[in-house]
Design a binder for this molecule. Structure first.
Ligand code: GDP
Ligand code: MG
Length: 359
């Protein structure tokens, strides 16, 4: 009898061949995969510029498997002394504005200058909005093939805080791998720009002309963060409108208070599709880096970002540990009932729970 449980939903009709639970091929793969490189092996490969090792290490960082977190931390710690030598450029804009097309043209331009370009995405809602780099219709085919470029779509289906922290760690690994220009892409509709702001040196806002005065759903706060507004799709019939938009944006940007960086945000037009205006964009970005390196803002901002990430990581770890603690979970459940029935005030209850946790 090869079918011990004929009534089980898991069983096929009697007499029909049942495949093995795991195929021999799959077993071979699993055996192969089990031979994971050690943290030291990963690090030495990354430092040699090995993109496969880089991808593996980023996957390790993104893993939610607790057994991976120590190894990931180890890799990051060893890469950290080799990081930092880069420029980090955040690029945001609503879906359809041309981010992927722009990054493709811009990235190719930069590798043409001899730079090594890594593209990362911070997009917590990628699975919903289809905003993830490799998920959308413009797939950066040229850049993907470029020896001196590395493209990594965002980890999806996670809370922004987690995605942002992992992106920040991925930046460190990319830098250790020899990438000197890091592009961090995000969809300009949510909170993710703030996260990008906390890890980028320069903030580029991509816009298009002719979508009305409402600034295309971009919040004022995001405009205020921009170091450069680039009006894309300045081609064909659109050139005139793009120039007009440039004047308008320039006026709008001048209304904002002077930035701590001392940099007056600029507006440029370009056509990512026709690869026009790309060199001018880089020119503006280079001037920015010259200015903020000279006045000390570059280092000051990175130091401030480090402090931000320390606090941010403590905050998220505290929350995670508190809520994932089984004792706390049951105590919280009991206390919730008492609070709901007005037997206990929410504040008193919180004091009890926190007191218990930090005992
Ligand atoms: N005419 C024109 N179309 C562009 C330009 N840049 C992007 N597009 C088109 O706009 C659409 C959205 O571009 P995509 O790069 O996928 O935008 P994303 O969603 O911001 O990444 C695509 O059909 C592109 O071909 C441009 O400079 N000029
Ligand atoms: Mg895109």
């Amino acid at each position: 009898m090869d079918n011990p449980k004929p009534h089980s939903a898991l069983s096929e009709i009697h007499g029909v061949h049942q495949p093995e639970a795991i195929s021999p091929q799959a077993m071979a793969h699993i055996a192969l995969r089990r031979k994971q490189p050690t943290a030291d092996e990963l690090v030495s490969a990354i430092l040699k510029g090995d993109k496969t090792a880089l991808s593996r290490a980023i996957t390790l960082i993104e893993s939610t498997n607790p057994t991976h977190s120590q190894k990931a931390a180890d890799v990051i710690a060893q890469c950290l002394p080799h990081a930092n030598r880069s420029v980090r450029i955040g690029i945001t804009g609503v879906p359809g504005v041309g981010k992927s097309t722009f990054i493709e043209a811009f990235g190719k331009y930069l590798t043409g200058l001899g730079k090594k370009v890594a593209v990362l995405a911070v997009d917590p809602s990628s699975s919903l909005s289809h905003g993830s780099i490799l998920g959308d219709k413009t797939r950066m085919e040229e850049l993907v093939k470029d020896e001196n470029a590395y493209i990594r779509p965002s980890a999806s289906g996670e809370a922004l805080g987690g995605v942002a922290r992992k992106s920040r760690e991925a930046i460190i690994l990319c830098e250790a791998c020899g990438f000197d220009t890091i592009i961090i892409e995000t969809v300009g509709v949510g909170q993710s720009e703030t996260a990008v702001h906390s890890m980028a040196d320069f903030f580029l806002l991509l816009q298009i002309a002719g979508a009305g005065d409402e600034l295309q759903g971009i919040k004022r706060g995001i405009m205020e963060m921009a170091d450069l507004v680039v009006i894309n799709k300045a081609d064909g019939d659109n050139i005139k409108r793009a120039r007009l938009a440039k004047t308008e944006y320039n006026r709008a940007l001048h209304l904002f208070p002077v930035k701590v960086s001392g940099w007056q945000p600029k507006v440029a037009t370009c056509s990512a599709l026709e690869k026009e205006g790309i060199a001018e964009v880089w020119q503006e970005i280079s001037s920015y880096f010259e200015a903020v390196t000279a006045n000390g803002f570059f280092d000051a901002k990175r130091h401030e970002q480090n402090a931000y990430w320390l606090t941010e990581t403590i905050n998220s770890q505290l929350l995670e540990r508190f809520y994932s603690n089984p004792d706390m979970a049951s105590l919280l459940e009991q206390t919730k009932n008492a609070v709901q029935n007005s037997e206990l005030s929410p504040f008193a209850a919180a004091q009890v729970l926190l007191g218990q946790y930090f005992k």
